[in-house]
Design a protein around this ligand. Structure first.
Ligand SMILES: Nc1ncnc2c1ncn2[C@@H]1O[C@H](COP(=O)(O)OP(=O)(O)O)[C@@H](O)[C@H]1O
Ligand SMILES: O=C(O)c1ccc[n+]([C@@H]2O[C@H](COP(=O)([O-])O)[C@@H](O)[C@H]2O)c1
Ligand SMILES: [Mg+2]
Length: 200
């Protein structure tokens, strides 16, 4: 069986931290990071507000991201091997019963139709404004945040995209990003087991 699981939500919600832990625990598990699909800086539009518009779908090569996911769907064994993931057969025979998991993590997973429909399970990490701003201020992105970016662009875009997702009725499991790393990992790992892996 093949399962595609989304770890989405707000910037600095803890998506990458949680994903890095899950990938070690789930069977034959590969990861796609949405951050790897940002377009080069010179292709990012500058808005009327003067900020480079990083936190919109247009800043990402979403077609390439979906193609990568489709390559995994087509042949998860080949995908795993070419990404250095060791493939182990499950206890059940025939081999076609083997379990393969793809984790997709990123801040804009549930606003792009061709991607939304590919998930078997969608998680959404959220943290309140103050904590998000505090965590973001300590991050070192390849392109550092200019002064005022969080309040002028990042947070408003988060609210806009979250509302659009909710208005479209996308089915997500909300996670409280204020919980500890351990709590979040245990909660999600158990949930994945109950919802997916026990049924295979
Ligand atoms: N559950 C948590 N509680 C407190 N801090 C966390 C938690 N998860 C992650 N962090 C910290 O928050 C920051 C952002 O985490 P990260 O996993 O990179 O988030 P994201 O990928 O959603 O932007 C990092 O400094 C990380 O160590
Ligand atoms: O990774 C990059 O090249 C990059 C360049 C500019 C900005 N980012 C920021 O990366 C954020 C998404 O990543 P994350 O891990 O914070 O969810 C998003 O809020 C962007 O503003 C990321
Ligand atoms: Mg991240």
């Amino acid at each position: 069986m093949k399962y595609i699981i989304g770890i989405g939500g707000v910037t600095n919600g803890g998506k990458t931290t949680l994903t890095n832990r899950l990938v070690k625990a789930l069977p034959n598990c590969c990861v796609v990071h949405q951050d790897d699909f940002f377009k080069p800086q010179d292709q990012i539009e500058v808005g009327e507000d003067g900020f480079k518009q990083w936190d919109v779908l247009d800043s990402l090569d979403m077609e390439a991201m979906v193609s990568t996911v489709r390559a995994w769907i087509e042949n998860p064994v080949k995908f795993a091997r070419s990404h250095g993931v060791t493939v182990t057969p499950g206890s059940k025979e025939p081999t076609s019963q083997d379990t393969h998991v793809l984790l997709i993590e990123g801040f804009l997973l549930y606003n792009y139709k061709p991607l939304i429909e590919l998930f078997d399970l969608r998680y959404y990490l959220a943290v309140p404004y103050d904590e998000c701003k505090r965590r973001r201020s300590t991050r070192n992105y390849t392109i550092p945040d200019p002064p005022g970016l969080f309040d002028g662009h990042v947070w408003p875009m988060y609210l806009k995209h979250r509302k659009e997702m909710e208005d479209c009725g996308v089915d997500v499991v909300y996670l409280d990003g204020l919980k500890s790393r351990d709590e979040l990992y245990n909660e999600v790992f158990e949930d994945i087991h109950n919802k997916l892996l026990n049924c295979s």
